[in-house]
Design a protein around this ligand. Structure first.
Ligand code: SF4
Length: 291
């Protein structure tokens, strides 16, 4: 997802991929089935086939994470460690809450009228949605079968995990291009830029609608060469209908502290409105529909 963090954990640890324990955690998950009674091996098998996932929380939102009113589900686990992440509590899959895909689909069904009335739908976010591709595929297939608009919010780093069958059930991708210069991308996320570009190329070839997201962090991502490199990456993608410049904010600081993680952007000020406008103008000069 698009959030703002540390490179002290440059990559996923083994435990990132373990099934979640059965614990009460997360917002908006009240009433969902708690799988306290199944064995760990069974849980792992269910996670592999996608009938069970690990989520941080879900919420109903309007005017963010895609068009209309949306049910956004935040999946637990992320291979990136963005310096500016405002949801570091989604880093580890094992810290999420186990949820049956069918249970989430039942919830989605209940909101079908609302989605239709607002041109909304569902958005799978995180964490990184493609850490749990089988689960995500079940959700988008199930939602599409109910006529619900589907969206993935992703860094694209694990784009290779999204098979064609999944993408055939995705209407929109919110793709974070967190930097255009590979070195800066690595500094920001702890990972490589190339997989995101490959995924973007694939989405373009398939003609799937994409909204680009770029987080503007003074002193980190706002070097003109880095931003121009973002624009050059995106320019060939004719399926991009919207380009969002998201000003960095400090709202995640408390979570870093609570988790005992080192937050390296503590002294960084959010960009001024003028600075943000200038950056939006830069991207507009490439012909993008910038917000
Ligand atoms: S990709 Fe992962 S680390 Fe980066 S902002 Fe999103 S959730 Fe946080």
């Amino acid at each position: 997802m698009t959030s703002v963090t540390t490179s002290t954990q440059a990559g996923p640890r083994d435990q990132d991929f373990l099934a979640p324990g059965a614990r009460l955690r997360g917002a908006g998950t009240g009433g969902l089935v708690e799988l306290t009674d199944i064995e760990r091996s069974q849980r792992l098998a269910k996670m592999r086939d996608g009938s069970l996932g690990s989520i941080h929380s879900w919420e109903l939102v309007t005017a963010v994470d895609g068009p209309g009113t949306r049910m956004t589900v935040f999946l637990a686990g992320c291979p990136l460690r963005c310096l500016y992440c405002h949801n570091p509590d989604t880093f580890l899959m094992k810290d999420g809450e186990p949820i049956e895909a069918d249970e989430l689909l039942r919830r989605m069904r209940r909101y079908r009228g609302l989605f239709r009335a607002t041109n909304g739908g569902i958005t799978l976010s995180g964490g990184e949605v493609l850490m749990q591709p089988a689960f995500a595929k079940r959700l988008v297939k199930g939602a599409k079968a109910m006529g619900i608009h589907t969206c993935l919010d992703t860094s694209g780093y694990l784009g290779a995990h999204a098979d064609d069958e999944m993408l055939d059930n995705v209407d929109l991708v919110l793709l974070d291009v967190k930097s255009g210069d590979p070195q800066t991308y690595k500094q920001v996320t702890g990972r490589e830029l190339a997989p995101t570009i490959e995924f973007g190329n694939r989405l373009a070839a398939k003609g799937i609608e994409v909204w680009i997201r770029f987080v503007l962090v003074p002193g980190l991502t706002d070097d003109p060469d880095n931003m121009r490199a973002v624009a050059e990456i995106v320019k060939p993608w004719k399926n991009v209908t919207r380009f969002e410049v998201l000003p960095f904010h400090q709202m995640g600081t408390d979570k870093w502290d609570a988790l005992g993680l080192e937050y390296k952007l503590r002294d960084v000020k959010p960009p001024s409105p003028e600075h943000t406008d200038e950056v939006r103008q830069l991207f507009r000069s490439y012909g993008f529909n910038v917000f």
